[in-house]
Design a protein around this ligand. Structure first.
Ligand SMILES: O=C1O[C@H](COP(=O)(O)O)[C@@H](O)[C@H](O)[C@H]1O
Length: 254
C-alpha cells in the first residue's frame, strides 16, 4: 500500500498548479517520442484555467498538438450548449484557440442516448488506444468533487457498465442527471493519473481522501490513489491547507 501523503505537490496558487500541469504535458509527450499521446481530460470548473493555458500560452504553442489525442474522462448527458456540458466548457475555454487541424479530439456525445453513446465511446477507445484487456491511456487528468467523486464515479453509487468495462453510465445523486464516465478499472489501467484539485472548499475532502486508511475506501479517489502505481496530486495551498505538506515539488514523472 502506498502512502498518499508522499505524493503531495502543493503550489502557491491554482494558477501555478495549472501551469505546472500544462507544462508537464509537453515533457510527457516528448518522453514518448513520435507516438500518439492518449490523454483523457476531466470537466467541471477546476481545469478551465488549465485548458486556457494550453490554448493561449507559449506552453500551448510549443505543444506537439499533432501527436495529441484527447478523450474525456466523463461527460454529462446534456446538449453541447448546456451549461453542464464538459465539451461546452472546453470549447468556451479554448475552442477558438485549439489547433483543430492538428489535434485529434474525441468528445463524448452527451446529447445522444446514453446507452448507445456508452457503447460507441468504449468502442472508440478500443479502436484507438493500445492495451489489453483494457485500453491503456498515457495519462488521465482527474479532478475531484466535494463528495470525493472522480470523473463521474460517485461514492457508493451504481455504475451501469458496458460489456467491456471501459465506460459506464452513472447518475449524479444530487441532480439525477445521467453521465457517461470511464470506469475505475479503465482509470486504473492508465499509465499515469494526475489529480488537479484546488480551492478551500476541497480541503476537507482532500484530507479525507489522502488520509483514508484503506484501499477499499468508499471514495473512488482514495482507491485510485492507494492502488495506482503512478499517481500525482497537484493541489494549491488552499486545497492542501489541512494536510501536513512540505514544499511544492513537480509531478513525480518529471
Ligand atoms: O462533475 C464533475 O466534477 C469533477 C470535479 O469538478 P469541479 O467543478 O469541482 O472541478 C470533475 O472532475 C468531473 O470531470 C466532472 O464531471
Amino acid at each position: 500500500m502506498r502512502d498518499p501523503l508522499t505524493l503531495i505537490s502543493p503550489y502557491s496558487s491554482s494558477e501555478e498548479a495549472a501551469q505546472v500541469l500544462a507544462q508537464s504535458l509537453t515533457q510527457a509527450m516528448l518522453a514518448k517520442g513520435d507516438c500518439p499521446f492518449h490523454l483523457a481530460i476531466s470537466g467541471g470548473s477546476t481545469p478551465k484555467r488549465l485548458f486556457e493555458i494550453l490554448g493561449i500560452s507559449t506552453i500551448g504553442q510549443r505543444l506537439p498538438w499533432h501527436r495529441l489525442v484527447i478523450y474525456w474522462a466523463d461527460e454529462r448527458c446534456v446538449p453541447t450548449d448546456h451549461p453542464d456540458s464538459n465539451h461546452g466548457m472546453l470549447m468556451s475555454a479554448i475552442g477558438g484557440d485549439l489547433p483543430h487541424h492538428e489535434l485529434t479530439y474525441h468528445r463524448i456525445h452527451g446529447e445522444d442516448a446514453p446507452r448507445r453513446e456508452v457503447l460507441r465511446y468504449a468502442q472508440l477507445l478500443r479502436d484507438n488506444v493500445p492495451g489489453t484487456p483494457l485500453p491503456q491511456l498515457d495519462w488521465i487528468w482527474l479532478g475531484m468533487g466535494l463528495d470525493g467523486h472522480v470523473a463521474s464515479l460517485f461514492p457508493e453509487s451504481v455504475l451501469e457498465e458496458e460489456p467491456h468495462g471501459i465506460c459506464g453510465i452513472s447518475t449524479n445523486p444530487y441532480s439525477g442527471e445521467q453521465r457517461i464516465t470511464l470506469t475505475e478499472a479503465m482509470i486504473m489501467a492508465a499509465k499515469q493519473v494526475t489529480f488537479l484539485v484546488t480551492g478551500h472548499a476541497k480541503a476537507e475532502i482532500v484530507q479525507r481522501v489522502l488520509t483514508a486508511s484503506a484501499a477499499d475506501s468508499v471514495l473512488p479517489a482514495a482507491r485510485i490513489t492507494y492502488r495506482h502505481s503512478k499517481v500525482d496530486w497537484l493541489l494549491d495551498m488552499e486545497a492542501a491547507s489541512t494536510l501536513p505538506v512540505g514544499e511544492a515539488t513537480p509531478p513525480r514523472h518529471l
